[in-house]
Design a protein. Sequence first.
Lengths: 116, 110
Amino acid sequence: AQKITQTQPGMFVQEKEAVTLDCTYDTSDPSYGLFWYKQPSSGEMIFLIYQGSYDQQNATEGRYSLNFQKARKSANLVISASQLGDSAMYFCAMREGGEYGNKLVFGAGTILRVKS
Amino acid sequence: DSGVTQTPKHLITATGQRVTLRCSPRSGDLSVYWYQQSLDQGLQFLIQYYNGEERAKGNILERFSAQQFPDLHSELNLSSLELGDSALYFCASSGQGELFFGEGSRLTVL
């Protein structure tokens, strides 16, 4: 079963506007973590933001914030004041607790294009 | 710079050949993870090592093997290569939280 679903294959946003990238997840583990990574065209994977399942507040890191809705099992990434350099592939990922360590399961990704 | 080092960055080889990808984790990180990123499969978890021991196994083919050495560096061995093995292979390391990825090794099988 798909554990991480990113339903938007591609998104466009105007420079300086905000954009929301969707992510839903599926787990029965009460302890889990949700991550967002950015992959620019150069290929490297850049960690953006993390949300733990027990965190009471939504995570924020600069222009990135995570809209965590636990009951809906969604962890959407919000990028405010988009910049041209934000154009990249964005991956949502989940880590589950238990015996399998810290491995992350990734969604299929969303390509974001910022227009000037 | 994530602190994770992968070599080689690019590799071109022929079908049937064998290659070894190398990864040095961030200083102090005991866990190493290998991922394969191909166009049609996305980012697939292959295998995890923790302090020299295999911890978790994902969609890793029998033609592939890995190990983690006492100095914590890891190697991913890919043998009997097929065209479909062409992909970007990532190594990542972690302490307690997020994974830090290397820049990847891009393998092209001709």
